[in-house]
Ligand binder design. Structure first.
Ligand code: F6R
Length: 618
């Protein structure tokens, strides 16, 4: 969480830093700040609130915008409430050093007490102010340069960090370091300028050359010089790899939509097609996935597959459990990464762990992977962000290719995760002959139709909007589904909760009788997935039970359905497909519904309160 955007070079730093922070706001947005150095003064502006609030302040302080070196931060509070004082950047006591930090220094209290005994006084409640003063103390004690002081200080901290540090007595360099939180360095032409950011989006229009620091690495960035990278703990030199960015500016802009979430919902036909690319060979009735083919023996001889993930990605994992067990007959368990990592799970070298993550930076998922690897399991990653920590930590894996997802509520990441996981289930089912050729080929042909079907489905937007208008003032909602669509019910409820703040619960439809049915009255909207295959009659009975208690039914049905239409208050039709593929379609109306309700309630759709896109703290 938290976003870092910094610049050192020949251009005005302010617009680069501020625009960078706006692109990184998905990482946290409870306070923002920046410092611009003009060769003489460190000009600091910071505030509780969003980057737009920061801009309002700096607009009044026009003079504070000049200078070719700048560092900015958008915060998701960990230590200390979100207020002006706790906002970053933070200065050292002398005022010479300044830092922006993403992560948590766990032993900050011990260090703070120690520094207080040495005469340091702290203004904020943050671990970050402790870290910059520790760096200053080391620098003074050792009489060393900034880079060495940062390195020595970091060897005595416990926790996670991505930091950028500037010393006004050495104004041609920035020092950055990472452990557990991402940091990218954009290398400008002839090394005349450098961009530092939590991901590459802030500098994509300036350079396509990026260095991604690995954990426990630090870099000294000096104008006109090659970036010097070394390991923090053993001091070994690392030759930095300059990667070519694939990301384009259009991908990270709203492209005419009011919100990123809406844009990303509408991008799903393309995103799923991109996920298919090179893998779904429908004409040849084939799936090509080298990451599975190269490890087929491991998959086919595994005792079980354990899926670890958080939030929406966990819901995708649950869909995968149904898919893999149904299609490939391999036992699957799905675990919240945060529970798995701490519950002393039984893992052996006969287990395969699949880690699912959009960002590839979720701290709990990353820790679960490390635990599984330490016990000998083979770990396969399903990630969206190329080069992310999870993508690098797993033995192999498949990217979802959804493109940048900026809205905090995950949409296209979810459907592309399910797409990859469906391909894996089909591939394994074909390989171990759990699926006959005929069934496999039928799936391939139906799967191929999905992007077009999603495109058609998106035309229901106005209809869903009219339903949203009816239920926008509900205070509680239930989402019900069975089989492959039970996880979609969970995901539908999560989408509504996180962006509209309406309480919603997802349940397997049959579980309703074991408790939630007590909640049902004439004010309760119940969203039911009642597509015409898998358990249709059972779901119809569940709908009858709800109607008998005056609940309002909004049913997602297969086009042409008449039975549910007769009973439900509203129906939303999806195109016909195989039962196992319906999650790729039933999800869409719920995304649109949550979006419209949140807009009607005037909520901040792309940046819901208290959330952050990338949860890099546990
Ligand atoms: C919900 C949402 C979160 C994430 C979760 C895991 O819309 O986005 O629940 O799914 O924080 O994030 P990743 O997939 O990046 O590991």
């Amino acid at each position: 969480m938290c976003g870092i955007s910094a610049y050192i070079g020949y251009r005005e730093a302010y617009p680069i830093v501020v625009n960078g922070l706006k692109r990184l706001e998905y990482r946290g947005y409870d306070s923002a700040g920046l410092v611009i150095y003009d060769g003489k003064k460190m000009q600091l502006s910071k505030t509780k609130g969003k980057v737009s609030d920061l801009e309002l302040i700096t607009d009044k302080e026009e003079g504070r915008k000049k200078g070719n070196i700048g560092m900015g931060h958008t915060r998701w509070a960990t230590h200390g409430v979100p207020n002006d004082i706790n906002s970053h950047p933070h200065f050292s006591q002398s005022g010479d050093l300044v830092i922006v930090h993403n992560g948590i220094i766990e032993n900050y209290d011990t260090i703070r007490k120690e520094l207080i005994t040495r005469g340091y006084v702290f203004e904020s409640d943050t671990d970050t102010e402790v870290l910059i003063n520790l760096i200053e103390e080391v620098k003074l004690n050792e009489g060393c340069k900034l880079g060495k002081a940062v390195q020595l200080a970091l060897t005595s901290v416990v926790g996670a960090y991505a930091i950028a540090v500037f010393d006004k007595t050495k104004p041609d360099e920035l020092v950055v370091a990472r452990l557990g939180s991402p940091i990218a360095i954009g290398v400008g032409k002839e090394k005349k300028e450098f961009f530092i950011a939590s991901d590459a989006s802030p500098f994509v229009e300036y350079t396509k050359n990026a260095i991604y620091l690995e954990d426990e690495e630090m870099a000294i960035i000096k104008i006109g010089k090659k970036v010097k990278v070394r390991k923090i703990h053993d001091d070994s030199i690392v030759d930095p790899i300059i990667q070519k960015l694939q990301m384009s500016l259009e991908q990270i802009e709203k492209g005419g939509y009011d919100h990123f979430m809406l844009k990303e919902i509408h991008e799903q036909p393309k995103a799923i097609t991109d996920t298919f690319r090179g893998r779904m060979l429908a004409k040849e009735n084939m799936i090509k996935m080298s990451s599975i083919e190269d490890n087929l023996d491991k998959f086919l001889n595994a005792d079980r597959i354990i899926i670890v993930a958080c939030g929406t990605s966990w819901h995708a994992g649950l869909v995968a459990e149904y898919l893999i067990e149904d299609m490939a007959r391999i036992p699957v368990e799905v675990e919240y990464a945060s529970e798995f990592r701490y519950r002393n799970p039984i893992i052996t070298d006969k287990d395969i762990v699949i880690a699912i993550s959009q960002s590839g930076e979720t701290a709990d998922t990353l820790a679960a992977i490390k635990l599984a690897k330490s016990k000998g399991a083979f770990v396969y990653g399903v990630c969206n962000v190329v080069g992310s920590s999870i993508a690098r930590e797993t033995h192999t894996g498949a990217y979802t290719h959804a493109g940048p997802e900026i809205g905090v509520a995950s949409t296209k990441a979810f459907t592309t995760q399910i797409t990859v996981l469906t391909l894996i289930a089909l591939k394994l089912g074909q390989a171990n002959k759990s699926l006959s050729d005929e069934v496999f080929e039928n799936y391939i042909q139906k799967m191929e139709l999905i992007p077009k079907q999603v495109e058609k489905l998106l035309e229901i937007d106005e209809h869903v909007k009219s339903i949203a208008a009816v239920y926008k003032d509900a205070t509680n909602c239930l989402y019900l589904g069975r089989g492959f669509n039970f996880p979609v019910a969970l995901e539908g409820a999560l989408k509504l909760k996180e962006i509209s703040y309406i309480h919603a619960e997802g349940y397997p439809a049959a579980e309703m009788k074991h408790g939630p049915i007590a909640l049902i009255d004439e004010n309760m909207p119940i969203f039911v997935i009642a597509t015409n295959k898998g358990h249709y009659e059972k779901v119809v009975s569940n709908i009858q039970e709800i109607k008998a208690r005056s609940g309002k039914i909004i049913a997602v049905v297969t086009e042409g359905d008449t039975q549910v239409r007769d009973i439900a208050d509203h129906v939303i039709e999806i195109p016909d497909t195989e039962d196992a593929l319906t999650p790729l379609l039933t999800t869409i109306p719920f995304q649109l519904l949550s979006y419209h309700i949140a807009v009607m309630l005037n909520k901040n759709v792309d940046q819901p309160r208290n959330l952050a896109k990338s949860v890099t703290v546990e």
